[in-house]
Design a protein around this ligand. Structure first.
Ligand code: ZN
Ligand code: FE
Length: 241
């Protein structure tokens, strides 16, 4: 596979991602939750950094931009909203393409968690970096957008090929599974939840997931429309499990 993804824990429950285009050796980091952890990982791998790709403006996604750019000289590619906390070298939005060597990332509008949230999708390798839009068995909170906007964003992601690897930015899956089980007794969900609890018990990540797996079991995708989605999101916000 021409794009290699290196995933590692950052902060309390974020993931850091480095993506290397094997043909050219060019490397991107997707979001910057923790500059020290990302710089250490680059050092261990002996990789230099070419691009920083931000999904949205939250500090656990763009807070390390300045330090990482200062140390590596990487170009910051981001939606305009990231200007709230970091300078941007190239502003991108829905339909733009970001090249990393031979790899092409299509930018998809996935607003809702924040208004300007975007996803980076590499169609050739079927890899999507979705930030805080879709989580394994979950989705991001509606901090800025409406249920309609988030439902449209999740529907865009659901339309990607089923085998697409979904790299979400947090390890929230066990708590998402507890909520999902509280509103759905589908045996496929139950089996997946059991796998999730066992994986977490062993200290293993549950990210990446796939689009097909989320369509089959994610309670937010299963809502079927914006109105019901909004109800499920509100129920999750109030859930103490
Ligand atoms: Zn966020
Ligand atoms: Fe986040």
């Amino acid at each position: 596979m021409p794009l290699t993804v290196r995933q590692f824990p950052c902060l309390s429950d974020n993931y850091g991602f480095l993506a290397r285009d094997e043909a050219s050796g060019k490397t991107a980091c997707i979001d910057t939750p923790d500059a020290a952890a990302i710089l250490r990982e680059l050092d261990v791998l002996g990789w230099s950094l070419d691009l920083i790709l931000n999904t949205h403006w939250h500090p656990d996604h763009a807070g390390g931009n300045g330090e990482i750019k200062a140390k590596t000289g990487a170009t910051i590619v981001a939606p305009p909203e990231v200007e709230r906390i970091s300078p941007i070298d190239r502003k991108v939005g829905h339909g733009d393409v970001v090249e990393l060597g031979d790899t092409r990332f299509e930018v998809i509008d996935t607003g809702g968690h924040t208004l300007g949230h975007i996803t980076y999708f590499d169609a050739a390798d079927q890899i999507a970096f979705v930030g805080d839009t879709m989580f394994a068995l979950g989705c991001g909170r509606l901090f800025e957008g409406t249920a309609e906007q988030m439902w449209a964003s999740l529907s865009r992601l659901a339309a990607l090929p089923g085998e697409t690897a979904v790299y979400c930015a947090h390890e929230y899956t066990a708590s998402n599974a507890r909520f999902a089980l509280s509103i759905d007794d589908d045996p496929v969900l139950k089996a997946r939840a059991a796998e999730v609890f066992a994986a977490r018990e062993r200290g293993e990540p549950t990210v990446p997931t796939t689009i097909a797996r989320e369509i089959a079991t994610n309670p937010f995708l299963k809502a079927g429309g914006a109105k019901r989605f909004g109800e499920v999101r509100a129920a999750k916000d109030a859930f103490r499990g």
